[in-house]
Design a protein around this ligand. Structure first.
Ligand SMILES: NC(=O)c1ccc[n+]([C@@H]2O[C@H](COP(=O)([O-])OP(=O)(O)OC[C@H]3O[C@@H](n4cnc5c(N)ncnc54)[C@H](OP(=O)(O)O)[C@@H]3O)[C@@H](O)[C@H]2O)c1
Length: 270
């Protein structure tokens, strides 16, 4: 059995820590006694999470910094605050993300900049920051998505940002492996983290039941994958099967199928 990584020789920095998956990472790591740096936009949610972790686990340190990752100045302030505390980064989990789903013509400029920045630019920027401020070993988990495996009409920007994040992670892993840095892109399918996603999973019937994974299991799986320095990892048997099974289908069929299905769902994020 693989030894569990305690992550005590540095800090685990989690973005999107107040969201469903980020929280699952925070709990999983706190259980192992990791020293944590949590970030999200809401200070109130961060304080509540910190208190919950301190009550539940024998965690030695939980720092939190509220920051808007879509905002360059906010991101800069986050980095300065972490640097000022001289925290060496042992693990970076880029879990923050925004999943806007609607026809691209309905996006405002503001919305598309926001989504691109949170899903891609902030993750890339934090990889660079973590590298510069790393502990003797650094592990980076970039949360992409199976939605990045295909170009997705009506989910085009989300899918493109996740595809870019996967591609970036795979290349970066190669550059940094000589420096004792592991980089893994995780490609989850659906996780029931919010009410709208739970509804969506329900609407997918048997497929939803089979393919959806709990955020806790995705967090565990991700930590194992980066430990093994996997390049990228699709989460779950059914999502892997979907990838293999659709590989031989013509692109035009896939695009038509996705467009038909995804044009029926609309959701927003800010
Ligand atoms: N759930 C799924 O089905 C699914 C499937 C595949 C991939 N993913 C990916 O997995 C990751 C986590 O998803 P989730 O379901 O846990 O999402 P979630 O519950 O909606 O949480 C999103 C997190 O991102 C943070 N965030 C959003 N915009 C931000 C910004 N501008 N600055 C800083 N933080 C920001 C939110 O913080 P606030 O507290 O500030 O809002 C929250 O902590 C995302 O990258 C998502 O794309 C999710």
């Amino acid at each position: 059995m693989m030894k569990r990584e305690p992550y005590t020789d540095g800090y685990a920095l989690i973005t999107g820590a107040t969201g469903g998956l980020g929280k699952a990472f925070a709990h999983t790591l706190a259980k192992r006694g990791a020293r944590l740096i949590l970030t999200g936009r809401s200070e109130e949610k961060l304080i509540a999470l910190k208190n919950e972790l301190l009550t539940k686990y024998a965690v030695s340190e939980v720092l939190y910094f509220a920051a808007d990752l879509a905002d360059e100045a906010g991101r800069g302030a986050l980095m300065s605050q972490i640097k000022a505390k001289a925290c060496a980064i042992r693990l970076l989990v880029n879990a923050a993300g925004a999943d806007v789903q609607k026809p691209f013509a309905e996006y405002t400029q503001e919305k598309l900049i926001f989504q691109t920045r949170v899903n891609f630019e902030a993750a890339v920027s934090l990889c660079r920051f973590a590298y510069e401020n790393r502990a003797a070993r650094l592990e980076i988990i970039n949360i992409a998505s199976v939605s990045g495996l295909y170009p997705m009409p009506y989910f085009a920007l989300y899918s493109a940002t996740k595809s870019a994040l996967t591609s970036f992670s795979v290349a970066l892993r190669e550059e940094w492996k000589k420096d004792n840095v592991a980089v893994t892109a995780i490609l989850p399918g659906a996780m029931p983290t919010r009410a709208d996603i739970k509804e969506q999973i329900k609407g997918q019937g048997l497929w939803g039941k089979l393919a959806a994974k709990s955020p806790e299991s995705v967090a565990e799986y991700s930590l194992k994958a980066v430990r093994k320095n996997k390049r990228k990892a699709i989460v779950g048997f059914w999502n892997k099967l979907m990838r293999v099974g659709t590989a031989i289908l013509p692109q035009s069929w896939k695009l038509r199928f996705i467009a038909k299905r995804w044009s029926k769902i609309k959701k927003d994020a800010f």
